[in-house]
Ligand binder design. Structure first.
Ligand SMILES: Nc1nc2c(ncn2[C@@H]2O[C@H](COP(=O)(O)OP(=O)(O)O)[C@@H](O)[C@H]2O)c(=O)[nH]1
Ligand SMILES: [Mg+2]
Length: 535
């Protein structure tokens, strides 16, 4: 209901989380389990329809039957106006044994100044058995004012337990029976009839009176309605009425305990269909990329490029294609790592969703084909080589000059000591130039080797990037979608009902063994009240 209290909301939220997660994992949860879980959740929803936070009990009846008097007697306050006709107002008065019923009371249309809280610190545990109770004193159903009846009609469907208050004079009133009671066949478990003002009836006549009330109810088509006799004035019979209300409250507490237990069952069933955690994706993805690189022989291509750059061979390199059986092995290993740890149906979905081996190979080949290989030229080395050649040429020229200078000298080489200073300088510079040319050649070679290594590494990096994208698109991404569903279901199943919102002192007395039994006897029906009626 729309004014569900926090505990009801927490249970509903948990049911929704399980439902949503189950819907996402339709194909991964065995059909039998899914059916059982859905049935459980359906049951929980029905159980929670009335909410578990509050038990709404309404006192309804005709003018002067004693609704307000009973209300005051139960609450212990003189809050409801007794013996007062309120022809122009249609007020509902509420007494709540709770501190969090504001939302509910507003939703029920109870004005703020018509609300009172019963339980206080002074009560200790004396009122614990009614904790969560919302007791309503309704306008007279037989009021001449249509607005009063409208209020009654609006509130009645929201009530967990209806207490029809009748008096010895007017219990046979046609309007009560025709307009209300006959409509309630099938809802006997959530209503009781209170014959009030029994102090006005001689004790020996009371049994016959109650029997007559019971007869009228049977004629209305109502069987097994609890009939209580009481007097708001003397207080007789009120403890039994109060006990009936306590049982209704306990049934609500029981509904909560049961709803929670059922949610636990559903969560356990679903929890058994998932793994403890989602498998790691990063490690297997890295290994898959390594595998694809190997399958495409990217290392060999890179080595080829390195050789080509070293040798100055400019034939272009290409990456791929992959060896199909090696791609299949890569895919299998990846699936073993990612789908392997999952339960069978989850693993099957992962296997179905990711690309098959031929698709994967084709995607890898296409991606590798798009890779632009780095240039095979080694510009730095070339420059050094050209420099070496120029310096070499210079050295050669100078060697020529030196030779010519020596030839021109008197007695030529016969007397080397006769070299003049100029010739010696020339010879020295020539030697230096030859040395420089050789050094430049060595540097050019080293530079070419370095460039070759860099280009090879760059080619490998480009190939890796291309294949990483392929692995991501064709293996990882489809698996991620499945694993997210897996996570949603696992987390929903692991979710416990939030214990914070449960009151620390759910009354122990409300869950006494006999209360439990009473509820068990009544099946799922709330407010099993008739059994102990004084009739
Ligand atoms: N003798 C007797 N009078 C009662 C009893 N309960 C209520 N009354 C009187 O019946 C009249 C109507 O009571 P009230 O509580 O206002 O009835 P309501 O109209 O149903 O709310 C008042 O004068 C009460 O004092 C009862 O148990 N015994
Ligand atoms: Mg009244």
């Amino acid at each position: 209901m729309s004014a569900a209290g926090p505990r009801t909301q927490a249970l509903l939220a948990r049911a929704s989380a399980l439902e949503t997660a189950l819907a996402r994992a339709k194909r991964q949860v065995p059909a039998r389990t899914a059916r059982r879980v859905r049935a459980i959740l359906e049951g929980v929803r029905q159980r929670l329809e009335l909410g578990v936070d509050h038990t709404i009990v309404a006192l309804a009846g005709g003018t002067g039957s004693g609704k307000s008097s009973v209300f005051n007697a139960l609450s212990g306050f003189e809050f409801a106006d007794v013996g007062v006709r309120r022809p122009t107002t249609a007020e509902v008065t509420a007494c709540v044994w709770a501190h969090d019923a504001d939302l509910l009371l507003s939703w029920l249309g109870v004005a703020r100044d018509r609300r009172i809280e019963r339980e206080s610190a002074l009560d200790g545990d004396e009122q614990a058995d009614l904790r969560g109770l919302v007791l309503l004193d309704l306008p007279d159903h037989d009021s001449i004012e249509p607005a009063h009846r409208a209020v009654v009609d609006r509130v009645l469907p929201q009530v967990d337990l209806l207490v029809w208050v009748v008096d010895p004079q007017k219990y046979a009133d046609d309007a009560l029976h025709n307009r209300y009671l006959k409509e309630l066949a099938g809802h006997e478990g959530s209503m009781i009839v209170l014959l009030n003002q029994v102090d006005t009836v001689p004790r020996e006549a009371q049994a016959a009176l109650l029997a007559d009330v019971a007869r009228l109810l049977r004629e209305d088509g109502l069987t097994g309605v609890g009939v209580y006799a009481a007097s708001a004035r003397t207080g007789e019979g009120l403890p039994a009425l109060r006990a009936a209300l306590a049982r209704a409250v306990a049934a609500r507490g029981l509904a909560e305990v049961r709803a929670e237990a059922e949610l636990d069952d559903a969560a356990r069933l679903l929890g058994a269909t998932v793994a403890d955690a989602e498998p790691d994706l990063a490690g297997p993805a890295d290994r898959a990329v390594d595998g694809l690189l190997a399958a495409a022989g990217v290392a060999e291509s890179a080595a080829g490029l390195e050789r080509a750059v070293r040798s100055g061979d400019r034939t272009p390199v290409r990456l791929g294609p992959t060896a199909p059986e090696r791609v299949e092995a890569v895919r299998d290993a990846w699936l073993d790592a990612v789908a392997g740890p999952l339960p069978r149906l989850w693993a099957r979905t992962v296997r179905e969703k990711v690309a098959d081996a031929p698709e994967l190979a084709a995607a890898a080949d296409a991606a590798l084909e798009r890779v632009v290989p780095p240039s095979g030229r080694a510009r730095g080395a070339q420059v050094l080589k050209v420099l070496a050649a120029l310096v070499g040429l210079g050295a050669l020229a100078m060697a020529g000059f030196t030779a010519a200078a020596l030839g021109a000298a008197p007695d030529g080489l016969r007397d080397a000591l006769a070299w003049d200073a100029g010739t010696a300088l020339l010879a020295g510079v020539t030697g230096g130039a030859v040395l420089l040319a050789l050094l430049l050649l060595v540097a050019a070679r080293a530079a070419r080797a370095r460039t070759a290594r860099r280009r090879a590494a760059e080619l490998t990096a480009r190939g890796r990037r291309a294949l990483a994208e392929v692995a991501d698109q064709h293996l990882v991404a489809p698996a991620v979608a499945v694993l997210e569903d897996h996570r949603a279901l696992r987390e929903a199943a692991a979710l416990a009902t939030d214990p914070v919102v449960r009151p620390a002192s759910r009354p122990a007395s409300a869950l006494e063994p006999d209360a439990l039994e009473a509820d068990a006897d009544a099946g799922d029906a709330e407010g099993d009240d008739g059994a102990e009626g004084e009739g």
